[in-house]
Design a protein around this ligand. Sequence first.
Ligand code: NAD
Ligand code: UFG
Length: 335
Amino acid sequence: MKILVTGGTGYIGSHTCVELIEAGHEVVIVDNLYNSSKGVLQKIETISGVLPKFYETDILDKEGLEKVFAENKFDAVIHFAGYKAVGESVAIPLTYYENNIAGSINLYQLMKKYEVRNLVFSSSATVYGDDFEVPFKEEYGLGTTTNPYGTTKKMNEMIITDMDKAEPENSSVLLRYFNPIGAHSSGLIGEIPNGIPNNLVPYIAQVVSGQRDYLRVWGNDYDTVDGTGVRDYIHVVDLAKAHVKAIEYAAAHKGTEVINIGTGKGYSVLEVLHAYEKACGHSIPYKIMERRPGDIAVCYADTKKAEKLLGFKAQYDIEQMCKDSYNFTKKLEIE
Ligand code: NAD
Ligand code: UFG
């Protein structure tokens, strides 16, 4: 298939492009490079042997985006482009709604105009909010989101579902990611955080590389194995492989499917820290702090639907995730 990947030079997008190319698909990337760089394209080429066609285009620029559709006949779209910082979304909500909603609507309108029927959308476990029991199941539906970023994911899910109802030829898979971490085993692509990392593993990586003094563990009084928060971490390469299966599923079916992508297993903050210590070969300093506002105690996926519909099961364990994150961080330091 010829697949448009918006946000394809970003963290999850770049890994997905590699897996799509390796599965024999043709990839065209649209990205405005807000949170990524052109250099990623060469890295994708080094790993996969193919340099993807690239448009430095903002999805908010509808004319520019239309040029991409006019010049290419796409079979499918994987839509990653968007802003993703939870805290920032609280401070500048309109910017988030503009980029993640108005940008997406431009894309969906062009898909309709150019009759591109198959879509995979990057949603998030954040749409479950704090309303349900773990493991989170797709059939729970949408919970109460606690920040504008989460609300943009929820709104996109609603928009796509309505769109598909009106256009029975459409086929969409809404992937609810749990916590993607790690990097490609080559160490060439991975997550480069912008500023002080908000997420756990990028922060640990910066403590290990000496950019931060210690990890701040946000609370150890939750009802969990050691009192620290539990999440379902998934290797970004597993997540990328799930996209290949999802877009192939979309091409072979019609309608809308919501599918969790996680491992189904939760790890506490301290368990992740210890796995990272094993990967880097030394202890990592940390301090227990107050709980972080908005955090939930435990979040992990029910993965049965991904297995049943997509035949997807995550392969990599937490140790491999930390090893690959560490390998990528070391390579970055050398660069
Ligand atoms: P990322 O920031 O690395 O990638 C997003 C890419 O989109 C970047 O390359 C950025 O430059 C581009 N982009 C942003 N706005 C754009 C615009 N208007 N036009 C064109 N390009 C634009 O983020 P990521 O971690 O790879 O996440 C990809 C998607 O997955 C996002 O939609 C994110 O919300 C979603 N998601 C991520 C996580 C996570 O933990 N990383 C979890 C759940 C969902
Ligand atoms: N944590 C720390 N110290 C840190 C960072 C995180 O102790 O410096 C803890 C958090 O309290 C939490 C766990 O590590 O218990 C994971 O936190 P992350 O920030 O890495 O991930 P979240 O689960 O909070 O958030 C992620 C994405 C969001 C998404 C959400 C729900 O970053 O975009 O999952 O799926 F909305």
